[in-house]
Design a protein around this ligand. Structure first.
Ligand code: GDP
Ligand code: MN
Length: 389
């Protein structure tokens, strides 16, 4: 689960990590009122679950409460498009209003999990801020990395090494060392999968604070933290994804035109690769799960068919516990609901009762193309979609 900046900062402040004075606002009047308590000298930041807000005009600095309110009115309720969102952008339903910091230096700090070596790792850079991605490309030697053994934690020698390489002013070195330690403790204790603070700001009056914060909580650990139940960020999810998740489907919406119905996460990934090889793109990741029943397949197909931009449906089922005849009967049920459906269903079914499934599907009027393997599936999708263009 991703957290908003204001939610992330809330957790950080409980862990005694310094954050700017601020408050989240859901309407422009509240922005005016809070900005006024700071004589109008504030930064107003769109709260969306994506990065790159600064460059996209979602973070603005003001010296009057009226201007801050005006900006909030203009951005609340709109979609902010950043280089990390699609063209649709992300809906701004709240803004974070904060004291304006006088920035002397911006640093980058993050901890995430390296899935290859299966360890958390810390990244630090003395030149943080909005250009961190460019810095990583142009001068990657400035990006410092330390892997962390979760049993031993972030060790003192690792901190000393980083601090030496960063060459911060003496009075800041100590506070930054404590900051990094606190960041690691917070990351581990709270079961995060990502904690990114960009920028960590050193102000002209010598304070060191987390000026931005991005947290992702490991979904598999949420049950251990009752305190996270209050973060219901589901409303930010795509509506189709939300509906699918509510039906118990493991569904992620993607940008392409080929809808995929697959059982098993690994097979679903492989199926997406196959679709990609056709030169077209998958419209979704969907693992119906090994124990799916007829209802779940019908639900899945319905969700996909209601997406009008989807041009072809690829069903890739390896029949085990989920028998192929059950899948075939789901398709018959769908035919009753969508008798005029003309989009092709490319179907590869292997395993339990696959022959019965082929018989069941013999008399349908849907545009069904049975294939024996994934190469054939790919060729059929390619030829159908190419002729459509
Ligand atoms: P992001 O672009 O989505 O990562 O949003 P950030 O919260 O990181 O804000 C983008 C940039 O706005 C930061 O890198 C800072 O340079 C600037 N910024 C944010 N807060 C302040 C502030 O209080 N004072 C000043 N001067 N700049 C700020
Ligand atoms: Mn940032």
């Amino acid at each position: 689960m991703k957290l908003h900046e204001y939610q992330s900062k809330n957790i950080l402040s409980q862990e005694l990590i310094q954050i700017p004075k601020g408050t989240v606002c859901f309407d422009p009047n509240a922005v005016y009122e809070f900005a006024d308590t700071l004589n109008g000298k504030v930064v107003v930041k769109a709260q969306v679950l994506t990065g790159g807000r600064g460059k996209a005009g979602g973070v603005k600095i003001f010296s009057s409460s009226a201007q801050a309110k005006k900006f909030a009115s203009s951005i609340l309720g709109t979609n902010l498009v950043t280089h990390q969102t699609g063209n649709d952008g992300a809906l701004v339903s709240s803004v974070l209003v904060e004291e304006l910091l006088e920035i002397q230096q911006e640093l980058y700090v993050s901890i995430s999990i390296d899935s290859n070596c299966k360890l958390p790792f810390l990244i630090v850079c003395a030149a943080g801020g909005m250009d961190i991605e460019e810095i990583a490309q142009i001068s990657p030697e400035q990006i410092l990395r330390e892997d962390i053994d979760p049993l031993f934690g972030l060790k003192e020698y690792q901190l000393r090494k980083l601090i030496k390489l960063l060459a911060l002013p003496d009075d800041q070195s100590d506070s930054f060392r404590k900051f990094l330690s606190a960041i690691w403790d917070t990351f581990q204790k709270n079961d995060f999968s990502l904690l990114e603070i960009n920028p960590v700001v050193i102000t002209s009056d010598g304070r060191l604070l987390a000026a931005d914060a991005k947290i992702e909580i490991d979904d598999d650990a949420i049950f251990r933290h009752k305190e996270y139940q209050k973060f219901d960020n589901d409303s930010e999810k795509d509506l189709v994804e939300k509906r699918a998740n509510d039906l118990g489907l493991n569904y992620i919406k993607l940008d392409g035109e080929v809808g995929c119905v697959v059982n098993g996460a690994g097979l679903a990934m492989a199926t997406m690769d196959i679709v990609n090889e056709t030169g077209f793109q998958p419209a979704n990741f969907l693992d119906v799960g090994g124990g799916a029943d007829q209802q779940k397949i019908v639900d899945s197909l319905r969700i996909i068919l209601e997406e009008k931009h989807i041009q072809a449906i690829l069903i890739n089922i390896f029949g085990g516990v989920l028998r192929c005849d059950v899948v075939a009967n789901s398709i018959l049920e769908i035919e009753k609901e969508y008798p005029n459906e003309i989009r092709p269903f490319v179907i590869r079914m292997l395993g339990t009762n696959s022959e019965i499934a082929s018989q069941i599907l013999q008399d349908t009027k849907l545009n069904i193309i049975m294939v024996n393997n994934l190469n054939e599936a790919s060729a059929k999708i390619k030829s159908f979609l190419s002729s459509e263009i």
